[in-house]
Design a protein around this ligand. Structure first.
Ligand SMILES: CC(C)(COP(=O)(O)OP(=O)(O)OC[C@H]1O[C@@H](n2cnc3c(N)ncnc32)[C@H](O)[C@@H]1OP(=O)(O)O)[C@@H](O)C(=O)NCCC(=O)NCCS
Length: 327
């Protein structure tokens, strides 16, 4: 029998109803379906309604994950929300989620590491569960990136989208056990940033006029670093988990760009058939992309008990990280 440790006992995801195709984007910015699909693998994405916020999507995913785990929301003692597009600076988005469940008293934490946020959150949640500090921890990745996307920048607006995914963590021996995780960060403002809105550059007429509250990105440099980091992480995770790369059944990477993912996995000797990818339908939902893809592969039966599953994130900071899971 496996030793006891933090494990995933429930998954859930939510994406907004509104589908935005590449052709729809071509009506507001100088682009086309062929360019977007051939460069990124994205065909369409979901955008939230004007009155639907990051915490609403996080709450919807959380309710599904708790229902599937057959756990009463009252038992949750930690809510961890990874997001780059919080409802507010504070109260944090996790507080909004707890409020949405009609509860109070749990610890509510937001994690701000952009697209790597979910793997950071899962590592933190697992540490809390493993030490006994938390008995039931919900880790959520949720984004309304459409609210912080610069729709005048055709180089980036074609990527980003909205959605949420959640997992419930508890101590377990037989379910979704987190074998090992690692996270890392470096400073690179130019690669990916939201330049204004914080204490360094508070909101002003000028910052609004210059679109500085929206995502800025250097696509090519980000692409190259992401390929290198994804490949390094896959190899390191297998080594630390004491498994051969062939023993990995599934890799669930952050859904940034199909070409980034496939070329990184080629370097790490992971065949394309083992990669869970849904960015064709959902685009890049930042910290939500891994739990949305995980939910899909668990619910359609691809991911099965006992299989090794590797989650890998990469994003603003820069930041990167992975969780190796024995499902
Ligand atoms: C964004 C990305 C798809 C751009 O692809 P690219 O091949 O690097 O394209 P470039 O930015 O070099 O631009 C190439 C040309 O296409 C043009 N172009 C850029 N965006 C375009 C669009 N949406 N439609 C049509 N043309 C576009 C550029 O203006 C440029 O034209 P030029 O050669 O006449 O100057 C790619 O760099 C990428 O995916 N990077 C990673 C980004 C990422 O994943 N970020 C999130 C990380 S979590």
């Amino acid at each position: 029998m496996d030793k006891e440790g933090a494990g995933i006992v429930g998954v859930g995801a939510y994406v907004p109803e509104r589908i935005v195709t590449n052709d729809d984007l071509a009506k507001i910015v100088d682009t086309n379906d062929e360019w977007i699909y051939s460069r990124t693998g994205i065909r369409q994405r979901r955008f939230a309604r004007d009155d639907e916020f990051t915490s609403d999507m996080a709450l919807a995913a959380t309710k599904i994950a708790l229902t599937r785990a057959e756990i009463d929301p009252k038992e949750v003692d930690y809510f961890i929300v990874a997001t780059a597009s919080p409802d507010n600076t504070f109260p944090n988005t996790a507080c909004w989620v707890q409020k949405g469940l009609g509860l109070e008293g749990a610890a509510c934490i937001d994690i701000s590491t952009a697209c790597s946020g979910f793997v950071f959150g899962l590592q933190q949640g697992a540490a809390l569960v493993n030490t006994g500090e938390s008995k039931t921890c919900v880790v959520i990745g949720a984004e309304k990136l459409s609210a912080i996307t610069n729709f005048k920048d055709r180089g980036s607006c074609i990527l980003f989208a909205d959605g949420a995914g959640a997992v419930v963590l508890r101590k377990t021996t037989d379910k979704g056990r987190i074998v090992c995780s690692r996270m890392g960060s470096s400073f690179d403002f130019d690669a990916l940033a939201v330049p204004a809105g914080g204490s360094r550059r508070p909101a002003s007429y000028e910052t609004v006029d210059q679109q500085l509250h929206k995502i800025t990105m250097k696509g090519r440099a980000t692409y190259q670093t992401a390929v290198r980091k994804f490949a390094e992480m896959a190899m390191e995770a297998c080594k630390r988990g004491n498994i051969a790369p062939e023993q990995l059944s599934w890799v669930v990477p952050h859904q940034a760009n199909e070409h980034i993912i496939v070329s990184a996995m080629e370097r790490a000797n992971v065949p394309k058939e083992k990669i869970v990818m849904n960015l064709e339908r959902y685009g890049n939902t930042s910290s939500a992309s891994i739990p949305i893809a995980l939910d899909e592969a668990v619910m359609d039966g691809r991911i099965k008990r006992g299989q090794y599953v590797l989650l890998m994130g990469f994003g603003g900071g820069l930041s990167w990280g992975y969780n190796l899971i024995k499902w």
